[in-house]
Structures are given as C-alpha cells and as structure tokens.
Design a protein around this ligand. Structure first.
Ligand code: ADP
Ligand code: ADP
Length: 225
C-alpha cells in the first residue's frame, strides 16, 4: 500500500532530510516511524501526501507511483490517503459534523450518503452525540478524534498521522492509538510518526527508525519488547 524505494529528499539550502530510504507497509499493517527531532519523519509523510516531492527514488501509494502524478491529478490520488495532524487542523467556526463532512463534499458524495458516512465515522470515534458542537467546545482528545473521523470518513486505503498524540496525556494517547489499530484491523495501512517510545513499545507494532534521514532499523511487531 505504501512503498518507499531508495527515496532521498534534499531541501533547498543543502538540507539532506532523507537518504536512500526503502520500506513498504502492506494493507492491514500498522507501523510507527520514529527517530530524533529532525530525523526526517515529517518529510517522509509529506512525500506520501505529495506536499513535497522526492529528490530521488520512488514513493508508491496504493500501487501508484507518485513521481509521475500530474499536479491536476493530485487531489484524486490524495483521496486514497487520510491524514491526521498533531494540531488536528479543524475549522473552528464549523460544527463537528461539517468538519468531518468536508472530504466527502470534495469527493462529490451526495448529501444523504454524506450524512450516513459522517455519522458512521463519528460513531467509530465515539463522538456521535457531539455532531452539532463547535470543535472549540471539545477537549483536546475529543478534537483529535474529530480529526481522525475526518481522516477516515472517505475510507482511505492509507492512514498517516504526524505526532497525533503529541499534545495528549498518556491515557488519551493510548486511546487514540487504539483507534488507529482498529482501522488497521479492517484493512487500512497505517503509518504513524511519533517520538514517544513508551507509547510505541506499548502498542507492539512494527517500528521503522530514522536517524539523520537514514533508515537504521525496521523492527517487526513480534520483536518489539
Ligand atoms: P522530523 O519530522 O523527524 O523532526 P523533518 O522531516 O521535519 O524531521 O526534518 C528533517 C530535516 O529536514 C531537518 O534537518 C529539517 O530541518 C529539514 N527540513 C524539513 N523541512 C524543511 C524545509 N521545508 N526546508 C529545508 N529544510 C527542511
Ligand atoms: P512538523 O514536524 O510539525 O512539520 P517542523 O518543526 O519539522 O514541524 O517544521 C515546521 C515547518 O517548517 C514545516 O512546514 C517544515 O517543512 C518547515 N521546516 C522545518 N525545518 C526547516 C528548515 N530547516 N528550513 C525551512 N523550513 C523548515
């Protein structure tokens, strides 16, 4: 579902963010990408989201090589991807329902079908009764769950998250990770960037380790202790 084949990224000004990174994440697999600040975690996710382009190598999303995607085609390809951010990036002047509905409007889904899917997504994250509220009236953990509902409402094949639990206490963080594991269980490929080693160890999922832009370890879930 996710493929990196000898991927390098150099930003302007000679910042080498990634060097020859290769790994794959299959459908129904969940992996963490970890490493020190500046190791290249965000860059890796940005390449998948086509926010940045690789300098060398090939990034693949659901069998499609992203290098050759034309700019006009980016929105269509991005629909295969759900994205969760640390700061959730919700629209604060729109209801919870409207926030989660947004990707479906962009995808051209009919209003009746949108309502059905938004409620299904909100139910999955345990927030069905909050649909009319504004995000600002929710707790940080609840806001993050709205962000997750928005990321998965269009049923993407791949879910990526950049430090999704950075602002949460350990118990809430575990709840959020549990949600990701549930999407993994129904066949989504899940890739989560995190530097929270305690949390990563508790989850017992595959761990890809970056160090100064190089992939230095790829630990299978069965070997996480
Ligand atoms: P992480 O998410 O692991 O903290 P990043 O992917 O954000 O790492 O950054 C990797 C390296 O690339 C860092 O040295 C960072 O300063 C650099 N970098 C990230 N974004 C840019 C950018 N837009 N321009 C130049 N350098 C960047
Ligand atoms: P995050 O990990 O949340 O993206 P960062 O601190 O890595 O936060 O980066 C914040 C923003 O600044 C990002 O858009 C990133 O691309 C950019 N950035 C990071 N490092 C550099 C850098 N050395 N030069 C220019 N832009 C950078």
């Amino acid at each position: 579902m996710i493929g990196f084949d000898l991927v390098s990224k150099r930003y302007e000004g000679d910042h080498q963010a990634l060097t020859d990174v290769s790994f794959q994440v299959d459908a129904g697999e969940m992996a963490f990408v970890t490493g020190h600040s500046g190791a290249g975690k965000s860059t890796l996710l940005k390449l998948l989201a086509m926010i940045e382009r690789p300098t060398n190598g090939v990034v693949t999303l659901d069998g499609q090589k992203l290098n050759t995607v034309r700019p006009s085609d980016i929105p269509r390809v991005r629909r295969k991807l759900g994205m969760v951010f640390q700061d959730h990036r919700l629209l604060l002047d729109r209801s919870v329902f409207a926030n989660v509905e947004l990707p479906l409007i962009i995808a051209g889904v009919t209003p009746t079908e949108r309502a059905r899917r938004v409620r299904a997504a909100l139910e999955k994250v345990g927030l069905l009764s909050y649909e009319k509220q504004l995000p600002g009236t929710l707790s940080t953990g609840e806001q993050q769950r709205v962000g997750i509902a928005r990321a998965i409402v269009a049923k993407p094949a791949v879910l990526i998250a950049d430090e999704p639990t950075g602002n949460l206490d350990p118990q809430l963080a575990m709840e959020i990770m549990g949600l990701f594991a549930e999407f993994q269980a129904v066949g989504t490929a899940v890739l989560v960037a995190s530097h929270d080693l305690m949390l990563i160890k508790r989850m017992k999922k595959r761990v890809v380790v970056l160090d100064h832009g190089k992939l230095v370890a790829d630990v299978p879930a069965t070997e996480v202790v």
